[in-house]
Design a protein around this ligand. Structure first.
Ligand SMILES: [Zn+2]
Length: 201
């Protein structure tokens, strides 16, 4: 069975479905992929670095406090750019009310009334939106939560997502020169950066 939205070819992409909290019995309805035509962008409204300001924290809140089947988003983009895949994109998860049937939910961790979207989050958001649109041609509309019907009052996602999506995808990580064919792992290196080095060889 196809798992829609599982793009393990993307850098910093993690299948996080077994890490997030899930309701013991409730399940999100599964819809035909053809009906998913939009992407809704959110922010978590929790400050970067605050305890629980991550995919696990949102899933616990949605399941344990709100009684939902699972986390309400399909993807969580953390401040370091990690894309956590939490629910297949054809599921009717809860994030934009009446538009849940059509919209795929992406949340960026942070309260962007005061926090700043990190460069890593920008790169990952661009790559992810591009990847979804390439894979699912019917997905044509990308909007912020507050641009959906009934949500003009909502301070979500607050940041200028259009500007982020329109910017060219920059080389995400500077690649260090390789001396003698060996690469020494240094503090701050990510798996992502190392993979890029390998590819360039
Ligand atoms: Zn939102």
């Amino acid at each position: 069975m196809t798992v829609y939205g599982l793009y393990t070819d993307l850098p910093k992409f993690v299948d996080y479905r077994n890490q997030v909290a899930k309701h013991p019995t409730k399940r999100f309805p599964v819809l035909p992929m053809s009906g998913k035509t939009m992407i809704a962008i959110h922010h978590s409204l929790t400050k970067i670095g605050q305890s629980g300001s991550n995919a696990l924290g949102y899933s616990r809140y949605h399941v344990n406090t709100l009684g939902w089947p699972g986390i309400g988003y399909s993807y969580v983009i953390e401040p370091d750019g990690t894309i956590k895949f939490c629910n297949p994109i054809n599921w009717r998860t809860y994030h934009v009310g009446n538009s849940n049937n059509q919209a795929i939910g992406i949340v960026l961790s942070g309260d962007f009334r005061t926090d700043k979207v990190t460069e890593a989050q920008k790169v990952s958001l661009r790559l992810l939106v591009d990847r979804i649109k390439k894979d699912q041609k019917q997905v044509k509309t990308v909007k912020s939560h507050h641009e959906f019907p009934g949500y003009s009052w909502k301070a979500c996602c607050v940041f200028n997502y259009k500007q982020i999506l329109e910017a060219a995808i920059a080389n995400p990580t500077p690649v260090k020169p390789i001396e003698g064919g060996k690469y020494t792992i240094q503090e701050g290196d990510t798996f992502w950066a190392l993979r890029r080095v390998k590819t360039l060889r």
